[in-house]
Design a protein around this ligand. Structure first.
Ligand code: HEC
Length: 733
């Protein structure tokens, strides 16, 4: 009897007093419990508790470094696939997955959120904000998204069309949404991951390729109420400035920049410093790119291409450091900002580090914005160094104002773009995915108002060297036009020097994570995922992930086992037209662990592409005009015609039936749900006929085996002809 009573009591205790942690893993109740616990204290501790991955950069300092060594140099050969989940998507994936006790949240193309059970590899729920295909037109660089933030049981998602949403992490149901766009007449987007700072959710926007004015907004996570907004560019001085520092900033501008917004969107780096209660904002390029159009009498144009520190509680200005004064090259400083405390010349300094597009690696005092040091981490020819005040020393001709087309490096993609670097705080080494490419810059013959925006409605920026008959200026030491490569480099931020470098075939490769086991992990454009020796760069392990990688991997612990996850989906700005992997496969999430033995997913055979052979008998002037129109309306997505296509098809390689259906596709929107916008309200039938003629002509020329340089010279002649004889036709725009 006594035993029975005891047993009954024990059963009672077991059933009714089970600690909540024994909830079925991956169940709604489990997710609710583990995610509701994520508050400011938990986020601040994520440096010590290295099991989960709770914020975009892995911790507030955004080091993307983990003190995990279960997977190490000795056993890395035993790492195998735990599971792979095919998302069935076909555009770029830039997400950093968040992981909480084996529950993973990540984003795919079109701002779709996926919740996945790491223990099984099963999808738990999917949240789709149901964007329209035409919404692709608001983004310069593809329908991509870099991830969600998590706080007190909710996820925060920035949607491509500019909405910020709160989603219940347990169910995938929307709690609230707000429109972050303050001026609906302008072309804003969101691709970045929101950040949690001082109990608020922060998000910036994209759109400086169009006609926007940048800002970062802080919202109340509970209900979406706006708490503060910091503008990165002053508005019209005739109206009141939104915050007092903008009055000083406005003195660094000339002309009527506010009419086109000025640019300066903060589309990626927002880093929170809980110790100083500051937020560091990485500010983007100007609208227009070309400063002569944007701010004709020059000036530094604050806060373009700057890091700005603001007070996390009210968004008030604290200090700024401008990496590229008077930017005219699209040298954003939106790249990932990493915080560290390091000893420099015998003194402990609280620093932040950034490798912005302009090619200099910066170490800045984050207490006051003071410049400490900077050195080029890639070959550059726009500047020759940095002066004692921390200003770049521009090379002669770098401002391309002599009627020639200057091939400058870094090009507009930058020496380093958004793909996150990783900082090993023990070794004090930064691992940076770098890019080597020159870009064309020419002073185009357009006035400020003529183009109705920084570019066209579709974002072909007038600062691009779109007139290919301009005499080129080429630096033989720089990457030659239309060539590119990349390198993963290890960089010593104290000595400001490169420790090692691994060359890569293409300039767009994945982000990086490093661990205390001396491992560095990165995927590349060729579709391989590598784990490398942090001391030498030597590849210790590799896995074929089928498509080029642009996202960064994460590593974390679940039930005592170390996992690595990488989300793979080729696309994004440089992946839309270029591709070096044998074939692009659907977006896939790969997860690895020691002893993982899941079967690899099927690798499809390479697709053989051929130039269309239909040809055209259109006169050269129409082909030249078709090329101009292509640059204005199609280039933004389809990019360089003839290079083979990436996540978006190369139009010179379409099938004949596609050429038969040009009007339906382009002017009626038959592929709209696939992201090919309906351009009927922008382009007339005659104009489309010229575009089609250009594409067919170009395809035939390239297909005939002619030297591509000769093909371009001939095309330059036709473009010149078209510019001398602009067609007279009804303008439907
Ligand atoms: C906002 C991005 C965007 C712009 C701008 C754009 N396209 Fe597209 N286009 C796409 C995408 C994405 C696809 C692939 C759709 C699919 O997956 O079927 C596509 C497909 C096409 C196709 C079918 C190609 C094939 O071989 O399957 C044609 C033709 C086409 N576009 C023509 C044009 C022309 C001409 C222009 C300029 C006037 C243009 N597009 C501008 C995104 C764009």
């Amino acid at each position: 009897m006594k035993n029975i009573i005891l047993l009954t009591i024990a059963t009672f205790l077991l059933v009714y007093c089970t600690p909540d942690t024994d909830l079925k893993k991956g169940s709604e109740a489990h997710i609710r419990e583990i995610t509701e616990a994520i508050d400011d204290a938990v986020l601040a501790k994520s440096d010590e508790d290295q099991a989960d991955w709770l914020t975009y950069g892995g911790n507030y300092a955004e080091t993307r470094y983990r003190k995990l060594d279960q997977i190490n140099k000795d056993n890395v050969k035993d790492v195998g696939l735990a599971w792979a989940l095919d998302l069935g998507t076909k555009r770029g994936i830039q997400t950093t997955p968040l992981v909480v006790d084996g529950v993973m949240f990540l984003t795919g193309p079109w701002s779709i959120v996926y919740a996945i059970d790491v223990r099984t590899g099963e999808r738990l729920w999917t949240f789709d904000p149901e964007l329209e295909g035409n919404s692709a037109m608001v983004a310069c660089c593809g329908v991509i998204n870099r991830g969600v933030a998590i706080y007190k049981g909710d996820l925060f998602l920035g949607v491509l069309d500019g909405r910020l949403m709160s989603i219940d992490a347990a169910t995938g149901q929307k709690n609230w949404e707000v429109n972050t766009i303050y001026d609906e007449t302008r072309t804003y987007s969101i691709t970045g991951a929101p950040r949690i700072a001082d109990g608020k959710v922060l998000i910036g926007n994209g759109g400086a390729e169009f006609d926007t004015r940048g800002y970062v907004t802080a919202y109340d996570p509970a209900n979406g109420d706006q708490v503060w907004r910091f503008f990165t560019v002053p508005g019209n001085p005739a109206e009141a400035f939104e915050h007092p520092d903008l009055e000083e900033a406005a003195k660094t501008w000339t002309g009527e920049w506010w009419k086109q917004g000025g640019g300066g969107t903060a589309w990626d780096a927002i880093t929170y410093d809980p110790e100083l209660n500051q937020v560091y904002i990485g500010v983007g390029n100007g609208t227009h790119w070309n400063q002569k159009i944007r701010s004709p009498e020059g000036g530094d144009n604050l806060y373009l291409s700057s890091i700005v520190a603001v007070d996390a509680s009210d968004g008030s200005y604290k200090w700024h450091y401008q990496t590229t004064p008077g930017d005219t090259w699209d040298y954003t400083a939106t790249q990932h900002i990493v915080q560290a405390d390091i000893e420099i010349e015998g003194q402990m300094r609280k620093v932040l580090m950034q490798a912005p597009k302009n090619g200099f690696f910066y170490v800045i005092d984050r207490t006051n914005g003071e410049y400490i040091s900077a050195e080029p981490f890639v070959y550059m020819n726009w500047a020759t160094g940095i002066d004692d005040n921390g200003r770049p020393i521009e090379a002669p001709g770098a401002r391309y104002d002599d009627g020639r087309m200057h091939w400058l490096t870094p090009g507009s993609h930058g020496g380093h773009n958004w793909t996150p670097m990783s900082y090993d705080e023990q070794k004090q080494v930064m691992y940076i995915p770098t890019a080597h490419q020159s870009g064309p810059y020419a002073n185009m013959p357009f006035g400020f108002d003529e183009v109705g925006g920084a570019g066209s409605a579709l974002g072909a920026n007038v600062s691009l060297g779109a007139k290919i008959y301009y005499p080129p200026v080429i630096d033989p030491q720089a990457p030659l036009p239309n060539t590119s490569s990349g390198a993963l480099i290890a960089w010593d931020p104290i000595q400001q020097k490169k420790l090692w470098s691994v060359d890569q075939l293409f300039h767009y490769n994945g982000g990086v994570v490093s661990t205390s086991a001396g491992l560095v992990m990165q995927g590349d454009a060729e579709g391989m995922f590598y784990i490398r020796d942090a001391d030498t760069g030597e590849a210790l392990w590799e896995y074929d992930v089928r498509s080029g990688v642009i996202a960064a991997p994460v590593t974390y612990m679940v039930d005592g086992e170390q996992y690595i996850t990488i989300a793979v989906g080729w696309g994004g700005s440089q992946g839309m037209s270029g591709n070096v992997a044998p074939r692009i496969h659907p977006g896939t999430v790969y997860t690895f662990k020691l002893g993982g033995d899941a079967e690899a997913l099927e690798k499809l055979p390479p697709i053989k592409k051929q130039y269309a052979t239909l040809g055209t008998d259109a006169p050269p002037v129409n082909i030249g005009e078709g090329f101009n129109l292509y640059m204005q309306y199609c280039m933004g997505c389809h990019m360089n015609p003839g290079v083979g296509g990436g996540a978006i098809p190369d139009l010179t390689m379409s099938s004949h039936s596609i050429f038969d259906n040009y009007e339906q596709i382009v002017l009626e929107g038959t592929l709209e749900s696939e992201g090919m916008p309906n351009l009927g309200e922008y382009i007339s039938k005659e104009e489309l006929a010229d575009i089609r003629s250009f594409v067919l002509h170009h395809a035939q020329q390239l297909g005939s085996g002619k030297n591509p340089n000769d093909v371009m010279v001939e095309l330059a002649g036709m473009q010149y002809l078209a510019d001398q004889n602009p067609p007279k036709r009804k303008d439907i725009r």
